[in-house]
Design a protein around this ligand. Structure first.
Ligand SMILES: NC(=O)c1ccc[n+]([C@@H]2O[C@H](COP(=O)([O-])OP(=O)(O)OC[C@H]3O[C@@H](n4cnc5c(N)ncnc54)[C@H](OP(=O)(O)O)[C@@H]3O)[C@@H](O)[C@H]2O)c1
Length: 235
């Protein structure tokens, strides 16, 4: 049985990934900051670890507790609302969004890299279509995630470890969109998707499941878009 770790596994896409890997036969540990959310999501079927993945000391302690890992899904992240005007507010949102998306990915990825199964280890990070769309500080942070993925993929390819990213488009059924969507905003976003509908958390989880499967052993350093055609076929 493989040992899988899913960060941000208590909600949204991360929870769907954790449930999919569990159904596929993996032993799964989910990580987040809110223990009650994780315990509820796990329902006794998954391991639970609490850590703020922006903090190096917390990440190191988590990595030491986790030990050997076969599958690592670096999903924790999100988009922040800017508060305030002026350059101070600009600096804060860019730095905070970088910490929320890039440090949560890179710190645990680097800490667990020496403990990943060789050969056969699988790492998938959650990026976004925003990395390709000029979407401000959030898009820039996800572009940095893509860069870490491609560089790390090259450095561990000879060890038989793959490192890829999944870049979803609009997937509303998550905490990411809590408080951000009224009917007009939802319709505006769907109108830009050639497939004519939003994505589901299960569809994103299916892409992750492929990339962590034995079948994907020669697929590495890739950013797989899961967005109903919203980038290359953009309306
Ligand atoms: N939904 C979309 O449309 C969409 C589109 C493109 C990309 N994405 C990406 O997909 C990923 C999953 O997002 P989602 O849509 O499923 O939203 P979500 O429900 O808000 O999930 C984010 C998860 O990350 C955890 N998390 C956040 N900061 C953390 C930290 N510092 N340390 C540990 N855990 C942390 C959260 O739990 P705690 O708050 O308890 O820590 C939460 O479970 C994110 O990287 C997001 O950027 C989402």
């Amino acid at each position: 049985m493989r040992r899988a770790v899913v960060t941000g596994g208590g909600t949204g896409i991360g929870l769907a990934v954790a449930q999919r890997l569990l159904a596929d036969g993996d032993e799964v540990v989910i990580v987040g900051r809110r223990r009650d959310v994780l315990e509820r999501a796990s329902a006794g079927a998954m391991g639970v670890e609490v850590a703020d993945l922006r903090e190096p000391d917390e990440v190191q302690a988590l990595a030491d507790r986790l030990g050997a890992v076969d599958v690592l899904v670096l999903n924790a992240g999100g988009m922040l609302a800017r508060t305030g005007d002026g350059l101070q507010a600009t600096a804060e949102v860019w730095l905070d969004e970088f910490r929320l998306n890039v440090l949560t990915t890179v710190l645990l990825g680097e800490a667990l890299l020496p403990r990943m199964t060789r050969p056969g280890g699988r790492i998938v990070a959650l990026s976004s279509v925003a990395a390709l769309r000029g979407a401000g500080s959030y898009g820039a942070a996800k572009a940095a995630v893509n860069s870490w993925v491609t560089g790390t993929a090259a450095s561990v390819a000879a060890d038989g470890i793959t490192v890829n990213a999944v870049a979803p488009g609009f997937v509303p059924d998550t905490e990411f969109w809590t408080g951000r969507l009224d009917d007009d905003e939802q319709a505006r976003r769907v109108a830009r998707i050639p497939a004519g509908r939003p994505g589901t958390v299960e569809e994103v989880a299916a892409a992750v499941a492929y990339l962590v499967s034995p079948d994907a052993g020669w697929t590495t350093g890739q950013v797989l878009g899961v967005h109903g055609g919203a980038v290359l076929a953009r309306l």
